[in-house]
Design a protein around this ligand. Sequence first.
Ligand code: SF4
Length: 956
Amino acid sequence: MARSRDSIADVWGPRTPYRERWPVRVDEHTSEMPERWVPSACLLCSYGCGIDIGVKEGRIVGVRGRESDRTSHGRLGPKGLHSWAANHSRDRLTVPLIRRKGELQPASWDDAMNVIVRRSKELIDRHTANSIAFYTSGQLFLEEYYTLGILGKAGIGTPHMDGNTRLCTATADNALRESFGTDGQPASYADIDVTDAFMLIGHNVASQQTVMWMRMLDRRAGPNPPKLVVIDPRRTETAKEADVHLALRVGTNVALLNGLQHLLIKHDWIDHSFIHAHTVNFERLQHMVSTWTPDRVERVTGVPERLLKQAAALIGESPTLLSTVLQGVYQSMQATAAAVQVNNIHLLRGMIGKPGAGVLQMNGQPTAENTRECGADGDMPGFRNWENETHMEELARIWNVERTKLPTYVPPTHAMQIYRFAEEGTVRMLWISGTNPAVSLPELNRIRRILSKGSLFVVVQDAFRTETTEYADVVLPAALWGEKTGCYTNVDRTVHLSEKAVDPPGQAKSDFDIFLDYAQRMNFSDKDGAPLIKWRTPEECFEAWKRCSKGRPCDYSGLSYAKLRGSAGIQWPCHEQAPEGTPRLYADFRFNTQADYCETYGHDLTTGAVNTPEEYRARDPQGRAFLRAVEYQPPHEEPDEEYPFWLTTGRVVYHWHTRTKSARSRELNEAAPDAFVQMHEEDAANLGIAEGDFVEVASRRGTITVRAKIGDILQGHLFVPFHYGYWDDATRARAANELTISEWDPVSKQPYFKHAAVRAKKVSHAAAERSQPTQTVVGQIKTAALEVMEMPGKIAKAFATTGDRRPISVFLDMTLQSEQQLAEAFKQVARQHIAEPDIHATCMLMASWTADEAERLKPFVAAYHVDGSSHPDGSIKQLFDGPRSGGLGLLRDLHDLWLLSNEVHLGCEAVGQAAKALHDQPLVDACERSLAKVDREIAWLRTRIDQAAPQTLTVS
Ligand code: SF4
């Protein structure tokens, strides 16, 4: 047994100050002397340290840091040193489970996969691909994501694919796109080695990425120590080290960052020539932040003027600056808008693409980057733009499928919307891999209700039984890290190859093999009838991925397993021109914003409204970065008399996510065995609460009871770690997400875990033990979905009760009625305003157009009803109640025609989108034709109203 230090007591280890470079320090923890070491990387946070797995007699017996690794130089943190113990847990899942008579019972792989395949085919036949959704993880391998991406997008053709990366890195992804055109971290960890200042925003690096923190601490312990600004409501270990700590109220990041930009511009700490040559929209930003004076910032954020000015001076006068951003921004109000303001600061100062200068919009999870690159979530592989037809045609060519197979007729569905669709009953199968939404999603009581719905068929693929498997109809036992081979890419784009060290236990399989098995059983094929997925091994998949990524920002074409094997880690893009990888992006200050290359056409950062391709192309920045001005918006739920505290949630250093792995290490679990609520000394005193007392914390959505921890947090704020659920202790409600809200950032769709209004009170030990989650959590029995599936004919009966028609028929009816009503209205207005020559002629023409389109819709109405008849439901408002006369009468008639036309527009658009999902091309064509007509009508009506209004409304 070897142990280089007690990393539980000494989390970061001794300082090894910089000399020429960051010194090597090899950390190790083994239970026995290994027979061999297998190269891998740590999978417990997004920093991604190189690690060697010690193996003896087919078992993992420990780990050590890899001296040559560019990320860690041999160091490991407590999670990296201890979590491997989870691989040996006696409660690993070793066989598939199928729910029968309410109980999960062991089954063969054939039986389990056949059940899934049968249900998939039934649902696709009956309800289209849109009835199936996938919710994956940020902890699988690149090859697994790429296989899942093609399987979901081109095999099934569902737009409902997302990962738990939505909870942790969706904002990073979106912030990078909104500023620089595509995803991809500009900076490198090597910038830590040379920067003059760090700005850490909502990033408690000391707890989240312990080795990154060691690197920062070692810089500060050596020559030319960099300055440190920390922005965080809590006085974390990171904040305690800061030169300036800005302890802002939760939810006020945009206000504070606007204030910093105001001071940078006011003191001329900006790079005018960089701004002029390489950015757009400076004037708009300058105007917006001009009102964010330090006193206003103090009123909104609680940060004293003096400290804001100190921070601005430090950031503004430092020769170089490296910023990192994490959940304090991403999971808080105006997430994308705030993260983008950090990018703004770097663009204003010209601090990007140079040694020591750049932004790391950190990832929450180790392979979050790969989820995004490979299209296993809402993104398209290779950072392609789902709205760019050329990009999508290229992807269809690479996969050799028909272009129409790719589900790009709607925006990709984000995780919270997937669960909403499941709640409504339109998503009927949810395949969850490597994640535990029954603890990690907000408002758990609602999530449990959704997962337990009888109409939802749930597949869970995991290494352990979790809170989520208890809602599954089928559970598939998955291999863990060390038991499979694949690549993963950390925050600074470093790619590591992790090799299989030992076999998985029992019949457990890698996620890669499970997805391949499913694709094969589903007979997914390309347009020539060959298997859609053409690889059998992770390495073959990697080669296919290289072809897919070539020419895109995340270009892997210069990498190979052979090249990665034994390397220190290689940063993408890696191709012919950069065979050893690329330390930092945008070194030439040319960004990925060209209309033909960018990954998004951008959003309104306040509302989330998308820019159209035409709007973007009209103002194509052609390689210049976007400065984005955003006004501050307060959170929607704020403390009040009933719920007087802010709740914020987060992590502790010893645990990872919902503790499925970290709690199975005795050392890590003993170091942090239970949830707690952190509160300010005065708040505790006012409530009569002492350290260790039980406290009941309640929001409008739920209640938990946890022990008090006092100090190091702003007054009026409570902090609860989100790791704790119920698989190992169901005696007391303690999951932070019992309290959180179902709201999300309008752009990134990342849920708000960092602010909610709660109340707190001391409770006795006896009362605490009686505290149960709102709904029984562990052992909850789910019966309906599988039992429906196992009884042939029962599904058909269930459909029969819906009236034998798809919901699309309702909208078809409404659209047809709108068209007919509009045609009649045009005729009536034409007759009534015969004295207005243009009105009469044009309205008669439009009446005939509209009547024609209505006739064209009728066959589809019949086709989507079994009895061939329309079923009006009376939902169309009777807007047009003419006749009217005179100027005002005409204006009112035009107004009502405009409203009716828009109703037709919306109906055609909605039915057309649904028709794409149904692959009903004639209906798609009919809707598009109708849309083209009605849009011309709307444009004419608007023009005519604009013309008539001033005269009619001002002259009496
Ligand atoms: S810093 Fe992150 S990647 Fe490195 S050992 Fe710790 S948990 Fe693992």
